[in-house]
Design a protein around this ligand. Structure first.
Ligand code: FAD
Ligand code: FES
Ligand code: FES
Length: 482
């Protein structure tokens, strides 16, 4: 790729071209919006939890078509929005675009976007702090044909209450006639071009090919990889962390495919979870279930599988599922490509097999069941303090292949939140194989499961509670799939 560094980064905000110089590429979009006077976008939590800062970006939807995507602007670094079109709550009126978007002109009722009008009509706003975020989540959903509860699951409101907001979502319905936003979407360019930007003494690269990523990693061995930035973004937002060199993976072609062969499904490390959710639905029920409970729409629009594995967090939700499905990682580095089972990837707390200069390219999930399988039983469970948008206390995922005689042919039990790394309960797996899939076997495996892990106590749950969850979640699995 061209190594010439640009000192200017361009994007479009509410239809207006914007050039940015001298800003850190790790500054969050939210901070930039507010610093530049576009204060309609609010900061609530600054860590992706409340949705107040939601904006819409034009990106590629799961069907490959341009789509308005709700994202948390408090997590997304400026470098990642280069060349993109951003829309905020103060730029979506349906009248003419104001000449100077920074000069507030009164908006008449007939200029309100249907989403804004519906919120006014149902009294969906009181203090109004959360409102721009709700508006933008509903805006994105409106053009996607799904302005429902799930569209606003990542938005918190502390004073109005959700009923009027839900009524607004129901009232707005689907787009019936084209408007300037739907027309803009049809012709919107979505291809992310290569970028090499420097500002504030920091560099941000957005290569489009794996070879360029590897070359950059050779040149900058201590560079930081960034995909959706839903994890790294917290450092940028909360700790104002700066990175001398950031290498974005989101435009890398080789990391952005979902491929299916007869034997396995291969998911590129940079594919957003919302694409996996839509395009693989029904193929791996335990993956569907876990993605459903993974954060909220804004985060799933950005978060990737590679990022979830790359964080090596012991409470990452997808590794337990992938462990139970015996996923294999494809890594690439200076010595070429190699594969290794995910089960061998995590080596210690936040430590992995990934070597300097290597990157996770994809995750392969085998499709085949154990020979002789009459029934494959598979499910995942997430226990958190809240139903949605919460970090797990314990996550678990199970796969059990049962033969025609009801004997267990194969068992994989993946857990998160109970050890320094996501891990399998191998002693229990060994015990189960060859036994009948019945209540006696479940009772007999419980003492083994009780002893497999030695979890820690932390703010979210005690060690004893976690230990009981390890056992009880497997029993729940049996109850659901007798
Ligand atoms: C509000 C909120 C809710 C969340 N909810 C959940 C949840 O329910 N469950 C859960 O598990 N997590 C959750 N997370 C954490 C985060 O969203 C996930 O870990 C996500 O999958 C990270 O993906 P990303 O692409 O955004 O990673 P990034 O933030 O871009 O990167 C994370 C790390 O992985 C590395 N990395 C990224 N891609 C690669 C690659 N291809 N090869 C090597 N290293 C790589 C980066 O260098 C970085 O160290 C939540 C986060 C927020 C802010
Ligand atoms: S400010 Fe709360 S999600 Fe961004
Ligand atoms: S209107 Fe006040 S937080 Fe929602």
């Amino acid at each position: 790729m061209n190594q010439q560094l640009d000192t200017q980064l361009t994007l479009s905000i509410n239809g207006e071209p914007v050039s940015i110089r001298e800003f850190s590429p790790a500054m969050t979009l939210l901070e930039y919006l507010r610093l530049s006077g576009r204060a309609g976008t609010k900061e609530g939590c600054g860590d992706g939890d409340c949705g107040a800062c939601t904006v819409a970006l034009i990106g590629v939807g799961a069907d490959g078509q341009p789509q308005y995507q709700a994202v948390n602007s408090c997590l997304i670094p400026l470098g990642a929005v280069a060349g993109r079109q951003v829309f905020t709550a103060d730029g979506i009126t349906v009248g003419a675009i104001p000449k100077n978007p920074l000069v507030k002109e009164p908006v008449t009722a007939d200029q309100l976007h249907p989403v804004q009008a519906a919120m006014v009509e149902t009294g969906g706003s009181q203090c109004g702090y959360c409102t721009p975020g709700f508006i933008m989540s509903l805006f994105a959903a409106y053009y996607d044909g799904q302005p429902d509860d799930l569209a606003v699951e990542g938005n918190l409101c502390r004073c109005t209450g959700y009923l009027p907001i839900r009524r607004a979502a129901q009232m707005v319905g689907e787009l019936t006639a084209p408007d300037r936003f739907s027309e803009q979407l049809v012709s919107a360019p979505t291809e992310l071009l290569p970028l090499a930007y420097t500002g504030h003494g920091e560099q941000f690269y957005r290569p489009t090919h794996l070879a360029d990523v590897l070359a950059l990693l050779q040149q900058f061995p201590t560079a930081t990889l960034v995909a959706g930035a839903t994890d790294l973004g917290l450092e940028m937002s909360w700790h104002r962390q700066h990175y001398p060199v950031l290498i974005s993976l989101e435009a890398v072609e080789e990391l952005n495919h979902i491929q299916q062969t007869e034997d396995f499904v291969e998911i590129g490390a940079a594919v957003p979870l919302s694409h996996i959710e839509a395009n693989l639905h029904g193929l791996f029920p335990s993956l569907d279930e876990m993605i459903h409970w993974f954060a909220a729409r804004q985060v799933r629009n950005r978060a990737t599988l590679g990022g979830n594995i790359g964080t090596a967090s012991p409470i990452g939700d997808l590794p337990p599922v992938l462990l139970s499905l015996e996923a294999i990682l494809k890594l690439a580095g200076p010595a070429g490509e190699r594969t290794l089972p995910l089960a061998n990837f995590f080596t210690g707390y936040r430590q992995t097999e990934l070597q300097t200069g290597e990157v996770i390219v994809s995750v392969q999930i085998p499709k085949a069941f154990t020979p002789g399988t009459a029934r494959r039983l598979a499910q995942s469970y997430k226990i958190g303090k809240r139903g949605t948008d919460d970090i797990s206390i314990v996550a678990a995922a199970f796969v059990v292949d049962v033969g025609a005689e009801n004997q267990i042919l194969h068992a994989r039990l993946g857990y998160g939140g109970v050890a320094a790394t996501p891990a399998r309960a191998t002693a229990a797996e060994k015990f189960l194989v060859g036994k009948p899939w019945n209540s006696d076997t479940i009772q007999a495996v419980k003492p083994i499961l009780q002893e497999v892990f030695t979890p820690l106590t932390d703010l979210r749950g005690s060690a004893a509670y976690r230990q009981r969850l390890v056992v009880n979640l497997f029993e729940k699995f049996w109850v659901e799939f007798p």
